[in-house]
Design a protein around this ligand. Structure first.
Ligand code: SF4
Length: 131
């Protein structure tokens, strides 16, 4: 197997919290559950991101999200754990103020138009939270 890679192109109107919530949901769903950091950490990150997006998180949750990703990276059997942790690490490294803005605003500061979607269609894009 030669491996794989993915590229997602987003413009400046994209809410990065929403984008990361969607990515985290994917990895939480794909975790096979064989090793603890991935089994426990991926749904935990999904849940925190859901709370950040919906204005139900604190600044401590943003720090916790980073800690969870750091605990997963390098501590799992297969590469899915690293793949789940790396987007969280890089989004927070580059765009942490945007996550904190969601906390302070108690929701998405960009409103329902981020990603060009209404809140109703958001569930169709991001989906219901599994946990
Ligand atoms: S890192 Fe791989 S082996 Fe471990 S639980 Fe996640 S998907 Fe399964």
């Amino acid at each position: 197997m030669a491996g794989s890679g993915g590229v997602i192109v987003m413009d400046e109107s994209t809410c990065l919290v929403r984008a990361l919530a969607r990515i985290a949901k994917f990895y939480a769903e794909e975790s096979c559950g064989q090793c603890t950091p991935c089994r426990e950490g991926t749904p935990w990150m999904e849940g925190i991101l859901h709370r950040i997006e919906h204005g139900e998180a604190s600044a401590a949750d943003v720090d916790r999200l980073e800690q969870i990703a750091n605990s997963i990276a390098g501590n799992t059997i297969c590469a899915l754990g690293d793949a789940a942790a790396m987007p969280v690490q890089s989004f927070l490294k580059k765009f942490k103020p945007e996550f904190l803005r969601h906390v302070e605003a108690r929701g998405c500061p960009f409103g329902d138009d981020a990603w060009g979607k209404t809140q109703e269609s958001r569930e169709a894009v991001v989906g219901e939270m599994r946990v």
